[in-house]
Design a protein around this ligand. Structure first.
Ligand SMILES: NC(=O)c1ccc[n+]([C@@H]2O[C@H](COP(=O)([O-])OP(=O)(O)OC[C@H]3O[C@@H](n4cnc5c(N)ncnc54)[C@H](O)[C@@H]3O)[C@@H](O)[C@H]2O)c1
Ligand SMILES: [Zn+2]
Length: 803
């Protein structure tokens, strides 16, 4: 996660934005976790996002969003299943982590019920099974409908799937059940069976799951119940929803009734006379945890008396009468056999620990995340080390520490690669960023699909109808390997059609397998539907052809070069009369761009531009070690006494050898930028960082080849008109905010830039004008704060002579 502003430092405006961001991000994780059974972050990271959201809401209660994650349960039901509305909502639980949280819970309950010190509150303590909850409706003792929790109000109707579970009686046994009762509880997969499934599935080339919970959820929510029937799912009953008549007076009694009626209840559940007893049960169950046949992530405490439960009632997403006391993550030690680097679709290099297989909390772990470069350095993780692993019902187990006492003598510090293992391009870190990224962009196959999606997107080449589905499909089938290939698709229409057909057949086959019935007629139909799909192709080819003429700024932006955003692309394009002229300038600059040592020096934390320039001046005069016996820090203090101390410290942290430092400093001095590079970085709105990025891009032969091939497919790259200097707004910085009524934001921006104005996204001291339409918010306030002139849209149009 990138560096975050501490909650207490957030301004009100930042808080509003942050709450919005968190709501979006958490909602996306909820869908991946609850709907797709494929979370992309660990539960601990997810919980941290939720906590941050809560903390901000506590400071700015007036800005709690209607869709706040703190008010929501789960995620909306998937449309794959019929909706199953819950008459009594299915809620989540509040969490307790520390012993004090449990004491607080007891105190809250007593305060709410206005009990005196002598009154005892009895509780049940039940293992918190890490599965997914289900609600089973019985009418006159017969199972009639079963549903998932969904968003708490509406779940998914999975009756047929639930019927396949042996733990779920078709007909209740015993007697005394109400005419209507919804029995609720947890569907889970025993750890051993989960492992066996994964192993068999892996050998057969099928899907594997990260943990028993995802496996249970994925197995239960199958379209085809015969698939569910083959999966080893179990059910514990522990709660209820709608009932037509009371059937118990306490939680404990209710659990007993469930058992009488033929359900399995957890035999580790206990009833305790007061809150003191809860912690004993917690420790007891905790001690047994790693030997239990199923995953648990805590103990749930519930007020035993049901009349008290109903008086306590609910807050938005959880009952007041219950709490989940979570266990800390489970740990184990093993040896680290290798560190592999994976490259994500955005080019991020992620280190993965390959481990000697070890069982953590019942699950065999072979890989663990090491997060990023700094984490490896901070923990000094080395290949061969014995490491402590942690798993918390998590997606990916983590390496939390190294057992240094067991380090083999030959283990050396890990050196994080500076090149991409997929494409061999340089991998760099931006200042202040934890992630190292491959700069290969369009030539890196790990990133290609994302880059092509960017290339064809609205703000780049704007190829209508070229959706993600086409990009993924054509890439998978090997038809699309570079931007130039886009323009060759019409010529290769047969290959495109074959790819589409093949995909359709795969989909039909997957459907057929899922339906587990040989429905050949449907496969046949799916294929004949192709012809209709091909109709769209002609149109796609036409819209591709329509973009063979492209403006220079869009062309540059589409290449997805680091630091070359839309505005920078426009500024660059404006400074040159043709693409050819720009290309020549870039080639010259790339030969004189700062060398790697220079770039690293400029990038070093603690090294300001002043210290950098001083060092570059001194570097050529540095000589053999003047003080061989002193520690490196003292040598640097001595030789570079004129430099600020943070700069000296940064160097001392980077080098432990005098001659390596001197060689590097000399290289940096030699690599200082030449005239062509300087004039590139002097272009208005460019600067050294963007100049360095684009020069480096054109400096790499494979990028030049890629551009060459692309240019070969295009009819024209059209230069932009030079920025005007003789208009009323030339050279002024303008910010648009609120709704514009006479034109779109993009049009307004293009028009203003055409008149020589700069368009900025936020208001600062440097802003000259703010054009505010209806609904303008914080930017308008910022304008007042900085005393910036504010215009209406009409006043603006008048000013530029259009009104
Ligand atoms: N990694 C991700 O992307 C991601 C996304 C969403 C949620 N999550 C994780 O899911 C959890 C939050 O989900 P939640 O809202 O279901 O809360 P929860 O799992 O913490 O608690 C509520 C659930 O506990 C279960 N439960 C088990 N035994 C029970 C018992 N004896 N009595 C009552 N309930 C019992 C029920 O299914 C109930 O719905 C967190 O652990 C969170 O980290 C992770
Ligand atoms: Zn790469």
């Amino acid at each position: 996660m990138s560096a975050e502003v501490p909650v207490s430092d957030l301004t009100e405006a930042q808080a509003v934005l942050e709450l919005e961001r968190l709501a979006d991000e958490i909602a996306a994780h909820d869908i991946r976790y609850h709907q797709e059974d494929a979370p992309s972050i660990s539960d601990a990271d997810y919980d941290a996002l939720k906590r941050r959201n809560l903390e901000i809401e506590a400071l700015f209660p007036q800005h709690v969003r209607e869709n706040s994650p703190s008010l929501k349960v789960g995620a909306a039901a998937s449309s794959q299943f019929a909706p199953a509305p819950h008459g009594v909502p299915m809620l989540s639980l509040d969490n307790a982590f520390a012993d004090e949280d449990v004491t607080d819970f007891d105190a809250r309950v007593r305060r709410f019920l206005r009990l005196s010190a002598e009154d005892h509150v009895a509780f049940t303590a039940e293992p918190k099974i890490d599965g997914l909850s289900a609600s089973l409706r019985y009418e006159k003792g017969r199972f009639v409908r079963g549903a998932t929790r969904g968003d708490g109000r509406t779940g998914e109707d999975i009756t047929a799937n639930l019927r396949t579970l042996n733990d779920i009686p078709e007909q209740l046994s015993g007697s005394g059940w109400p005419d209507v009762i919804e029995v609720r509880g947890e569907v889970y997969a025993p750890v051993e069976e989960f492992e066996a499934f994964n192993k068999a599935s892996e050998e057969a080339g099928g899907r594997t799951y990260a943990n028993p919970r995802n496996f249970a959820a994925g197995s239960l929510r199958q379209i085809d119940p015969t698939v569910t029937a083959k999966r080893p799912l179990r059910f514990f009953a522990y709660a209820w929803g709608e009932v037509s008549a009371p059937f118990a007076e306490t939680q404990w009694e209710a659990l007993g009734r469930f058992k009488d009626w033929g359900f399995t209840t957890n035999d580790r559940s206990r009833r305790v006379e007061d809150a003191q007893g809860l912690l004993d049960v917690y420790r007891g169950i905790g001690a047994e945890r790693s030997t239990l046949p199923y995953d648990i992530d805590g103990v749930v405490y519930k007020v035993d008396r049901l009349d008290w439960q109903s008086r306590l009632g609910f807050v938005s997403r959880s009952p007041r009468w219950a709490i989940a006391h979570k266990f800390p993550a489970q740990q184990a030690t093993t040896t680290l056999e290798a560190i592999d680097i994976q490259v994500g679709r955005t080019g991020a290099l992620t280190p993965v620990a390959r481990l000697h297989p070890v069982t953590v909390g019942g699950v065999v772990v072979r890989n663990a995340t090491l997060h990023n470069e700094d984490e490896i350095i901070r923990k000094d993780v080395r290949v061969g080390d014995t490491v402590v692993l942690q798993r918390a019902g998590d997606v990916i187990p983590q390496v939390v520490a190294v057992v240094e006492a067991q380090r083999p003598p030959e283990a050396v510090p890990y050196v994080f690669p500076h090149v991409c293992p997929v494409c061999g391009s340089k991998a760099v870190r931006d200042a202040g960023q934890a992630v190292r990224r491959c700069t290969g962009g369009l030539i890196c196959s790990a990133q290609l699909t994302e880059r092509i999606k960017h290339f064809v997107s609205r703000r780049a080449f704007d190829i209508e109808g070229f959706g993600d589905i086409y990009v993924d499909l054509l890439f998978d089938k090997g038809v699309l390997k570079s931007p130039a290939d886009i323009f060759r698709l019409r010529q290769r229409a047969e290959a495109v059609k074959a790819a589409i057909l093949e995909r359709r057949k795969e989909q039909a086959e997957a459907r057929r397998l899922q339906k587990a019935q040989d429905d050949d007629a449907r496969v046949g139909k799916a294929i004949s539907d192709e012809n209709r799909a091909f109709d769209g192709l002609e149109k796609l080819f036409d819209s591709i052809d329509a973009r063979r003429r492209i403006s220079l700024d869009r062309f540059l932006f589409a290449l997805g070069i680091r630091d070359i955003g839309e505005t920078t692309a426009v500024n660059l394009a404006r400074a040159f009369d043709s693409f050819e002229e720009l290309r020549q300038a870039l080639l010259r600059a790339s030969e004189q761009g700062p060398a790697e040592a220079y770039a690293e020096l400029s990038d070093m934390r603690g090294m300001g531009p002043k210290a950098r320039d001083q060092l570059l001046l001194i570097a050529p005069t540095l000589e053999a070690d003047p003080w061989p016996d002193a520690p490196m820090a003292q040598k640097l203090d001595h030789a570079l006494a004129g430099l600020a101390s943070p700069a000296r410290r940064a160097l001392a942290a980077r080098f432990d050898d005098w001659s390596a430092f001197v060689a590097w400093a000399k290289e940096a001095a030699a690599g200082a930028p030449g005239d062509d590079f300087v004039s590139l970085s002097a272009i208005d709105g460019i600067g050294p960082v963007a100049a360095q990025s684009i020069a480096a891009f054109f400096g790499e032969a494979h990028n030049r080849d890629l551009v060459e091939a692309l240019v070969g497919e295009l009819a024209a790259i059209e230069p932009l008109a030079k920025a005007k200097t003789d208009t009323a707004v030339a050279g002024k910085t303008v910010v648009f905010t609120g709704a514009l009524e006479k034109m779109t934001r993009d049009e307004a921006k293009a028009q203003a830039e055409g008149l020589g104005a700069k368009v900025a996204g936020s208001v600062s001291k440097k802003t000259d004008l703010v054009v505010a339409g209806p609904g303008a918010g914080s930017k308008l306030k910022d304008a007042e704060k900085h005393g910036v002139k504010v215009l209406t849209e009409d006043e603006w149009l008048e000013m530029i002579g259009v009104g």
